[in-house]
Design a protein around this ligand. Structure first.
Ligand SMILES: [Zn+2]
Length: 418
C-alpha cells in the first residue's frame, strides 16, 4: 500500500550556499562574492511552492550556511531489479556473469518482488534528494508485461514526489516481433521510451535492419529511444558507428539517448572527435555510467586492468553534446553497491572522470544535463518562479560534502520532507 509522505508547512524563506553556475540571474547575485568553490550565499524567498525571489547575503562568520542544491535527477536506473544481488549475486563481477545472473533471476521474478524493489528504490531516492528518475524495465516475456503495468501504477502513485520515466528494455530484435509491436503501443500510451542493447558481436547487416525497424516504430508512435550501447571494452565504438550510419538512412524525429558508450573511450583521439561531432550533429544525448563500467568491464582474473572504458565525457561536452552521469545498477548482479544517493555517486565519480562539482561542467552532468536530456519542465537552475525543490546539506563546502555522504534535508514545493 502506498503511504503518502509527509511534508511540514511552508516556510517563508531559506538560506544556503548555492552554486553560482546554477543561478541564471537575480538581485545582487551576479556581482555577489562567492566562496572559492563558486558557492553564493543566498536567501531564497518562497511562495506557493515556488521561488518568489532571491538575493545574495553577506555570510557572517557566525552563520553556518549549508550547501544548497536543486533536487537531483537520475537519468539511468533499473528499479525493477535493484537489490537482487543477495538472491542473484555475480561474484566474478563480469558482464557475462551479470547477464547470466540477471536471466536466472528474471525467470523467478514476480510482481510483488518487482513492486517492493521499486518502492525501496523510490523511498531511498526520495530521501536522498532525487526528484526524477528514468528507469529501464526488463520488458520481454509475460513478467515483462506485468512489470511494466505494476511500475506504471507506482509512477502515478509517486508523481507528486518523484517524476518517473520508463524505458522498455528488450533485445533489439524483439521490436520486430508481434509482442514487440504490442509493447510499443503500451509504451507510447505512457510517454515511455524504446530501449535495447547494442553489444558485441556486432553483426552489421542484422543490426542495421533492427535499428531501422526501431527508428520506424519510434517515428510512428512518437516514442523517444534510449539504448544500452557499446558497454564493452571490445571493438571501440562499433555499435555507435552502426547507429550513426543507420541514421544516415532514415530521419528520426524523436530524441535519441545513448547510455554507456563505454568503448568509445578506448577509440583513438581522432575517432572520438569524429563521433562526438556526429553525436552533436544528430542531437543525440549521452548518459555516462562510469561506476558500473569501472566495476564490470575489462576485468582480468589475475591482473589489474588499467584500461577502464567509459564515455569520453569531456570530449563530448566540448563537441556540444548533452552528457549526464547516471548511477545505473544498485545492488544487483551488475553492480553490488549503490544506494540511489546523488552525493555518493558524485563522490565516486570524481576520481574516475576527473570532473569536479565546483566546475560548471562537473556539476551540470548531475543537475542541468540530466534534466534537459529527460526534457523535464525545470532544468534545475535557480530562477524566479522555479520550483522550491532543494537539498540542504549538513556541509558548507564541496570537500566536506564529498568526504562522506552528508546528512541532508529535502524540500519539495517549499515544504521540508519529514
Ligand atoms: Zn543500464
Amino acid at each position: 500500500m502506498f503511504m503518502q509522505k509527509k511534508t511540514s508547512p511552508d516556510i517563508p524563506y531559506l538560506e544556503g550556499l548555492f552554486p553560482r553556475s546554477l543561478i541564471t540571474c537575480g538581485k545582487n547575485v551576479l556581482s555577489a562574492i562567492t566562496t572559492p568553490e563558486g558557492l553564493c550565499p543566498l536567501r531564497i524567498y518562497l511562495e506557493g511552492g515556488l521561488v518568489r525571489s532571491f538575493e545574495a547575503i553577506k555570510e557572517s562568520s557566525e552563520s553556518q550556511l549549508g550547501l544548497l542544491l536543486p533536487r537531483f535527477v537520475e537519468p539511468h536506473a533499473h528499479i525493477d531489479k535493484a537489490f537482487t544481488w543477495k538472491i542473484s549475486p555475480n561474484f566474478l563481477g563480469t558482464y557475462e556473469g551479470a547477464l547470466k545472473a540477471n536471466f536466472e533471476e528474471h525467470k523467478k521474478r514476480t510482481i510483488p518482488k518487482v513492486r517492493s524493489r521499486a518502492i525501496r528504490s523510490l523511498d531511498l531516492a526520495l530521501k536522498n534528494g532525487f526528484r526524477s528518475i528514468r528507469s529501464h524495465i526488463d520488458s520481454f516475456g509475460l513478467i515483462g508485461d506485468y512489470s511494466w503495468e505494476a511500475l506504471l501504477e507506482l509512477k502515478h502513485e509517486w508523481k507528486s514526489l518523484i517524476e518517473l520515466q520508463f524505458v522498455a528494455l528488450v533485445p533489439l530484435e524483439y521490436w520486430g516481433t508481434n509482442n514487440g509491436k504490442n509493447l510499443v503501443r503500451k509504451v507510447a500510451n505512457e510517454n515511455g521510451f524504446l530501449g535495447g542493447v547494442i553489444a558485441p558481436p556486432y553483426e552489421k547487416k542484422k543490426l542495421r535492419g533492427q535499428l531501422l525497424n526501431l527508428f520506424s516504430l519510434a517515428n510512428d508512435f512518437g516514442c523517444g529511444i534510449d539504448l544500452h550501447i557499446d558497454e564493452t571494452n571490445q571493438s571501440p565504438a562499433s555499435g555507435l558507428r552502426e547507429l550513426i550510419n543507420s541514421l544516415g538512412q532514415m530521419k528520426v524525429e524523436v530524441p535519441i539517448t545513448c547510455s554507456h558508450l563505454s568503448s568509445m573511450g578506448l577509440a583513438s583521439k581522432r575517432c572520438i572527435r569524429f563521433f562526438a561531432d556526429k553525436l552533436a550533429d544528430n542531437e543525440i544525448n549521452v548518459i555516462a555510467l562510469p561506476r558500473t563500467n569501472f566495476w564490470l568491464l575489462s576485468k582480468q582474473e589475475k591482473s589489474t586492468s588499467f584500461q577502464r572504458p567509459f564515455a569520453p565525457i569531456k570530449e563530448l561536452q566540448n563537441a556540444g553534446v548533452t552528457v549526464a552521469i547516471g548511477g545505473d545498477n544498485v545492488q544487483d548482479p551488475w553492480y553490488p553497491g549503490g544506494d540511489f544517493d546523488p552525493l555518493s555517486l558524485m563522490a565516486t565519480s570524481i576520481p574516475m572522470t576527473h570532473l569536479a562539482p565546483w566546475t560548471r561542467s562537473g556539476l551540470s552532468v548531475f543537475t542541468t544535463a540530466p534534466a534537459r536530456l529527460m526534457d523535464l519542465q525545470w532544468d534545475g537552475t535557480l530562477q524566479v518562479g522555479s520550483p522550491a525543490d532543494f537539498v540542504l546539506l549538513e556541509a558548507n563546502n564541496w570537500a566536506t560534502a564529498m568526504s562522506s555522504s552528508p546528512a541532508r534535508k529535502v524540500m519539495i514545493k517549499g515544504a521540508w520532507l519529514e
